[in-house]
Design a protein around this ligand. Structure first.
Ligand SMILES: CC(C)(COP(=O)(O)OP(=O)(O)OC[C@H]1O[C@@H](n2cnc3c(N)ncnc32)[C@H](O)[C@@H]1OP(=O)(O)O)[C@@H](O)C(=O)NCCC(=O)NCCS
Length: 161
């Protein structure tokens, strides 16, 4: 995208990055579950995840921000910390683009940078989680060459049924 520049995460970016993680969580949750989660709950979880997997990470991670005209407009977060994948894999923890900047290839560019970093770390594969109903993200990941390997299924158990 023309005029977009990229920087690595600095502490001054924290609140914006947490907002992006909350937006990613909302996009991942089903509408029913999203309705059960207040903004404060999602923000608290985002803060704790960012603390756990960035500040206190057990493996290397990288957070790249995209900027346009002095504003943060997108981010990607990737880690080499082994979560559920085989050794030597990277995990893409978040990708987010501000709504006015979508459908212009920015997420694709951020993911290409994350992939380049993972290759430099010697990663042989990149894993990620996505909400089953998150069509935009599914479209993005498919366009980037990702394929379904595992799926989480859920049955809600109501009392007495
Ligand atoms: C998903 C998201 C990051 C995509 O960002 P983006 O900058 O619009 O993506 P790009 O412009 O790079 O799109 C690349 C490809 O992804 C697919 N894609 C992106 N948005 C799509 C949409 N709304 N519907 C269908 N496919 C879509 C397309 O294949 C697109 O290529 P094309 O525009 O040439 O058709 C953005 O919509 C977002 O921030 N969503 C909220 C956060 C989120 O869901 N994060 C992922 C959590 S798992």
């Amino acid at each position: 995208m023309d005029g977009v520049t990229f920087t690595d995460f600095e502490d001054r970016d924290t609140e914006w990055v947490l907002g992006a993680i909350v937006a990613g969580a909302r996009a991942t949750l089903t509408p029913e579950r999203s309705g059960d989660q207040s903004e404060a709950m999602l923000l608290e979880r985002a803060r704790s995840d960012f603390d756990r997997y960035h500040h206190q990470a057990k493996g290397k991670d990288r957070v790249i921000l995209a900027w346009h005209q002095g504003k943060r407009v997108g981010m990607v977060w990737i880690t080499m910390e082994m979560l559920y994948q085989n050794p030597g894999g990277a995990w893409l923890l978040e990708v987010f683009v501000e709504p006015p900047y979508r459908r212009q290839g920015l997420a694709g560019e951020l993911m290409a940078q994350a992939e380049g970093w993972a290759r430099e770390q010697g990663a042989g594969e990149i894993w990620l989680n996505v909400g089953g109903g998150n069509r935009k993200a599914l479209g993005l990941y498919e366009s980037q060459g990702f394929e379904v390997e595992t799926m989480h299924l859920c049955k809600r158990l109501s009392p007495g049924s």
